[in-house]
Ligand binder design. Structure first.
Ligand SMILES: NC(=O)c1ccc[n+]([C@@H]2O[C@H](COP(=O)([O-])OP(=O)(O)OC[C@H]3O[C@@H](n4cnc5c(N)ncnc54)[C@H](OP(=O)(O)O)[C@@H]3O)[C@@H](O)[C@H]2O)c1
Length: 261
């Protein structure tokens, strides 16, 4: 299927990928390069961004942008840079992290940063870049989570941020129908750097774990099919069914016991 943003001359324009220094971000970079896009790889860690760049077929075609997303000033600066990109056709809001632990025991700043990086930054970036993306019939991939489908004791701000991201992204998908392709990606557990950053023990959710390759390939497939709410792989789909079938009254105490530090 021909992408809405594909130009007749085969040149496809550039795509900003946030969180390009980590797990899903690396695979988004590789798979979008294969589709012919020029990549703007964003993250804080320059050395790890360079590692992503080194895995690409033509590294010299792409660029790295190193800054954070927690501070409003940093997001504003990234927006200013992106508004200078004439051929921006895609935005992958992938950067994100969670904090595992009892809400009361975790410092408030990292928890607020979860809301800023996982929810506020995607909203800010999208709002600023949308006029250009509309002109180009471009696309947006919002990397949310199945954590956004049900409250998560001991990762409460993460689930709140992802619930907000999923709802916002899905509403946006309806608003932009026929103008900009929107994918709301909602994976369950997958083996990336996410667990190390959040501090969550590695064993939790292992039963439903799905490879990062399946997660990102599913998102790209959804993009090529015109967007949608994308739950990758049968394990994540099974987890989603469980979330939908089990009443919250039952699910919350089970999850609280399971996730308690
Ligand atoms: N892995 C899972 O189980 C899972 C499941 C569902 C959803 N997700 C979502 O998938 C997305 C990608 O995560 P991942 O699993 O690939 O984890 P990861 O390997 O830890 O990658 C996270 C990326 O986010 C960036 N990031 C984190 N904090 C940032 C900040 N303050 N400012 C700018 N960038 C920041 C990191 O870049 P720097 O460190 O260089 O800043 C890194 O590139 C996240 O939104 C996550 O919530 C993951």
């Amino acid at each position: 299927m021909k992408m809405a943003n594909e130009k007749g001359n085969g040149i496809k324009g550039s795509v900003l990928i946030t969180g390009a220094s980590g797990g899903f971000g690396i695979l988004f970079a590789q798979q979008l390069e294969q589709l012919g896009y020029t990549l703007l790889l964003h993250g804080r860690d320059k050395a790890r961004l360079q590692l992503t760049l080194d895995t690409l077929k033509i590294p010299s075609k792409h660029r790295m942008l190193s800054s954070g997303l927690a501070a409003r000033k940093e997001v504003d600066e990234l927006i200013d840079q992106m508004l200078l990109e004439d051929d921006l056709v895609g935005l992958v809001n992938n950067a994100g992290f969670g904090v595992w632990g009892a809400f009361e025991m975790c410092e408030s700043v990292p928890q607020l940063d979860v809301l800023r990086v996982d929810l506020i930054a995607p909203v800010m970036l999208t709002h600023a870049l949308l006029p250009g993306l509309k002109r180009k019939h471009g696309f947006i991939i919002n990397v949310s989570s199945l954590a956004g489908e049900s409250p998560l004791p001991y990762m409460s701000t993460y689930a709140a941020a992802k619930a907000g991201l999923s709802f916002w992204s899905e509403a946006l998908r309806a608003e932009l129908q026929g103008m900009v392709t929107v994918v709301t990606l909602a994976p369950g557990p997958s083996s990336t750097g996410f667990r190390d950053v959040s501090g969550a023990p590695k064993g939790k959710g292992r039963l439903f774990s799905t490879s990062a390759e399946i997660v990102v390939s599913s998102a790209i497939k959804s993009l090529l099919q015109g967007g949608g709410y994308c739950i990758p792989g049968w394990r994540h789909k099974a987890l989603w069914c469980l979330q939908k079938l089990m009443p919250r009254l039952l699910a919350l105490p089970i999850m609280a016991r399971y996730l308690k530090p």
